[in-house]
Ligand binder design. Structure first.
Ligand code: Q9C
Ligand code: ZN
Length: 342
């Protein structure tokens, strides 16, 4: 399969995230993509291609204009107000505070548009996010024009980013951009399967009221795990989108048998939807060695995930999401893809 990749991912290299009460080095770092790239080359997974163009128009199909403007300008405003150090939010809205007025000061804006303190905005954040989304667009276009599969080897990840919010290391929802791109290219229905360890709250929010995008997510139970306030089994979509969101939360400690059962329920629902194509939000933070996660999938389980996705039988665009056991990430991500290819 063709691999979409841009060195511009290196432009997102935050210094620190707030975790367990401390500022610690960002888990979401450039080495992640380098590891996957090295392993993809080693396994001859497929040819590398850059995104065909860098264009924000496909991003604006799923994100608010004012939010994108914020992403593009936040760093410059931050430097003026606070100097040349990663921008992290430290205030959020309590219930019944006002969303109506977008704050003018950068601290107000950061809190307004974010939901955690783990996602630093840096000088190169927008450039990296634009490149990642553009890789996802090109990957989507390949599948739309007949390729059986493609792989957007991207970071920063995307599935926690909503129409007008960032967080969970995500700024632009690459998988959502890819899905919308396929619809804009003539597809009638697209399914998104999210196998990252964390709930894809941003993707869910973007497509909540849509019946042309089925969102199916297998993830750690939000009662125990980030993002805590989204991803419960009773969240099924709203309005005409009711029934087109399927959440399959699993407890800490989940290993292959329970994971496979949830994945097979996910696969059945996707087949029942009869989409034109599938977008996979591909995280490998379900791995037992992941430093911030608590599932127990082994290296041998990742090719099985790929094989189960292949058996759904759809043209498939893989978009990389999380996975923080950096030394194992290349093997685990590429294992899904080689498992898919059989
Ligand atoms: N103590 C993705 O995998 N913080 N994002 C977790 C754990 C946020 C993960 C803190 C994790 C976000 C794309
Ligand atoms: Zn994750």
């Amino acid at each position: 399969m063709i691999i979409l990749y841009s060195d511009d991912h290196r432009q997102q290299a935050g210094r620190a995230e707030l975790n367990d009460g401390r500022l610690v080095p960002c888990h979401e770092r450039p080495e992640r993509a380098e590891m996957v790239l090295a392993r993809a080359r080693q396994m001859a997974l497929g040819p590398l291609r850059p995104p065909s163009l860098l264009d924000e128009a496909p991003i604006l199909r799923v994100h608010d204009k004012a939010y994108v403007e914020f992403l593009k300008t936040a760093w410059d405003q931050w430097v003026v107000e606070h100097g040349d150090w990663d921008a992290l939010p430290l205030n959020w809205l309590a219930p019944n505070m006002h969303r109506r007025v977008v704050p003018e000061s950068i601290d107000g804006k950061l809190g307004y548009y974010s939901f955690d303190a783990g996602t630093p905005i840096t000088e190169g954040t927008w450039r990296a996010a634009l490149a990642a989304a553009s890789c996802a667009v090109t990957a989507a276009d390949l599948v739309s024009s007949g390729d059986r599969a493609s792989f957007a080897l991207v970071r920063p990840p995307g599935h926690h980013a909503g129409q007008a919010f960032y967080g969970g290391y995500c700024f632009v929802n690459n998988a959502a951009v890819a899905a919308q791109r396929m619809l804009d290219g003539g597809a009638e229905r697209i399914a998104i399967l999210d196998v990252d360890y964390h709930h894809g709250n941003g993707t869910q929010e973007i497509f909540w009221e849509r019946d042309d995008v089925l969102f199916v997510c297998v993830h750690a139970d939000p009662r125990q795990e980030f993002p805590y306030y989204s991803g419960h089994a009773d969240e099924r979509g709203g309005g005409r989108g009711e029934g087109f969101t399927l959440n399959l939360p699993l407890p800490w400690g989940t290993d292959w048998p329970a994971y496979a059962e949830a994945l097979s329920i996910a696969a059945s629902r996707i087949q029942e939807f009869t989409p034109d194509a599938l977008v996979v939000s591909l995280g490998a933070d379900t791995y037992e060695g992941d430093p911030i996660s608590r599932f127990r999938l082994t290296m041998e389980d990742f090719p099985r995930i790929g094989a189960m996705i292949e058996r759904i039988g759809l043209p498939t665009c893989f978009v990389m999401e999380g996975g923080y056991a950096v030394d194992a990430l290349g093997v685990n991500i590429v294992n899904v893809l080689t498992g898919f290819e059989g």
